[in-house]
Design a protein around this ligand. Structure first.
Ligand code: FES
Ligand SMILES: [Fe+2]
Length: 454
């Protein structure tokens, strides 16, 4: 294939050139790598990731609305490690290993909460929220020499951007703002810090974490695995690659897929979406292809009505579409004006063929009876959308469907089947097309870390 190959692309969003929505040029050196599938299942590769990847990147550890007040904490689990993320008296945020300096016990056994001090459940040592030692039980029985460094919790580098809290284990990564390959304002414009987590589900899937990332990084599989989306979603997404392994996929919503023959009749899903945006589908006399724009206009109006000033920072496309944004290496955030879906693909502590699909739904609460939370956010009946109480994490074991909606149920089965196939002797490595450029880009960056180039 000659350098500079470009596929026929049926979708053009015609975004303003200087906006964050504009299509990024496809890198000329995107290449034709076919990676060795052993990265998806061997323990050796898993260990390489623990040596060369996880300690060196910034990991999404939490969101600021989860820890609003001093002493509020959340525990972040990543593989065999755990971290306590805690709000400080001065409003800052610090992160610590969840390991007691006395004998290593987990200091914090609850996943979230609020404390004046942390007390280790094993022998009762206490630590201030800034990690400093507060009290050693029966201190007089310790040789003063052994504890003269006043052992506290071990701190981990921590920084925040746009309401997202990240940690860097080895402390050597470039500054967070530089490391995040997205343009200025990209994350901030959604004002995630003003949203609240209203649902948090962590399900265990039978696959490597990268098998999961790969499946969520493309919409090429939509017509085959999720054909029900065709009435309301274009599967040819706009794909944009950013520095440092970051990427985006703009999934146009409110349109029928170009694959659907009937482009004259409005789909029932489209009608439903119009209704939610405040348009009466009965009186709408446009074509299915005009629904997306009508929704954008209606949402723009609604944003003004409800005083949602941050809508002014979003393009028309952002009001209707999903900006599925890949944060290297293991996070994707589906960004919408009403809220965001945070997906973390968390590696299992010991099994390279398991991961946790961690899904946090965050909503911007609008205190008005005329405002409804969109049904496509998939929240179960009775979900408290006010954000007053941070919900507990719902833990879903393997073999149990996570109840995240029909589309995700389909993905659970798909991803497990892919995991089995990639181990086959007959499989020679993935052959990615242009619709799968984000996978190519992600694995390239991963290779840079594993090889030591980064
Ligand atoms: S292990 Fe924490 S007090 Fe002993
Ligand atoms: Fe899927």
């Amino acid at each position: 294939m000659p350098d500079g190959f470009r596929a026929e692309w049926p979708m053009d969003l015609n975004a303003p050139k200087d906006s964050l929505e504009a299509k990024q040029p496809r890198p000329a050196d995107i290449g034709l790598d076919v990676v060795d599938p052993e990265r998806y299942y061997t323990r050796d590769y898993m260990q390489k990731e623990w040596r060369s990847l996880w300690p060196r990147v910034w990991l999404l550890a939490g969101v600021t609305p989860d820890i609003k007040e001093p002493g509020d904490f959340t525990v972040f689990t990543h593989g065999h490690e755990e971290f306590i993320i805690v709000r400080q008296d001065d409003g800052g945020v610090k992160a610590f290993y969840n390991a007691c300096p006395h004998r290593g016990n987990r200091v914090c056994l609850t996943e979230q909460g609020s404390v004046p001090k942390f007390a280790c459940p094993f022998h009762g040592w206490q630590f201030h929220c800034d990690g400093k030692l507060a009290k050693i039980t029966d201190e007089e029985t310790f040789d003063p020499e052994l504890i003269k460094h006043r052992p506290g919790l071990t701190e981990v580098r921590c920084d925040i951007v746009g309401g997202l809290i990240f940690i860097n284990i080895d402390g050597e990564a470039p500054p967070l703002k530089e490391w995040i390959g997205l343009p200025e304002g990209y994350i901030e414009n959604y004002e995630i810090e003003q949203m609240n987590a209203v649902r948090h589900v962590r399900s265990e899937w039978k696959a490597n974490w990268k098998t999961g990332v790969d499946a969520f990084y493309e919409t090429y599989h939509l017509p085959h695995i999720h054909p029900q989306t065709q009435g309301v979603m274009e599967d040819f997404s706009q794909i944009d690659l950013y520095p440092n392994g970051f990427s985006r996929m703009i999934v146009p919503i409110g349109v029928k897929s170009h694959r659907v023959k009937d482009q004259d009749t409005i789909d029932p899903y489209q009608q439903h979406m119009m209704q939610e945006a405040g348009i009466d589908p009965e009186t709408f006399d446009g074509k299915p292809a005009e629904v997306r724009e009508a929704i954008q206009k209606a949402k723009r109006k609604r944003g003004k009505k409800f005083g949602l000033d941050y809508y002014d920072k979003l393009t028309d496309g952002q009001l209707s579409d999903s900006w599925a944004t890949g944060f290297f290496p293991n996070v994707q955030i589906g960004m919408h004006p009403e809220g965001v879906f945070i997906m973390r693909f968390i590696p299992h502590a010991s099994d390279p063929e398991r991961f946790y699909y961690d899904n946090i739904t965050m909503l911007r609460h609008v205190e008005d009876p005329g405002y409804t939370t969109p049904a496509w956010m998939g929240l179960p009946e009775g979900t408290d959308v006010t954000g007053e109480i941070r919900p507990e994490i719902e833990h879903v074991p393997p073999d149990v469907k996570p109840d995240l909606g029909e589309v995700l149920d389909q993905d659970v089965e798909l991803v497990a089947a892919v995991q089995q196939g990639v181990k086959s002797r007959g499989f020679k490595g993935p052959l990615w097309c242009e619709q799968e450029d984000r996978l190519r880009h992600f694995h390239r960056e991963l290779d840079r870390y594993i090889s030591g180039e980064k």
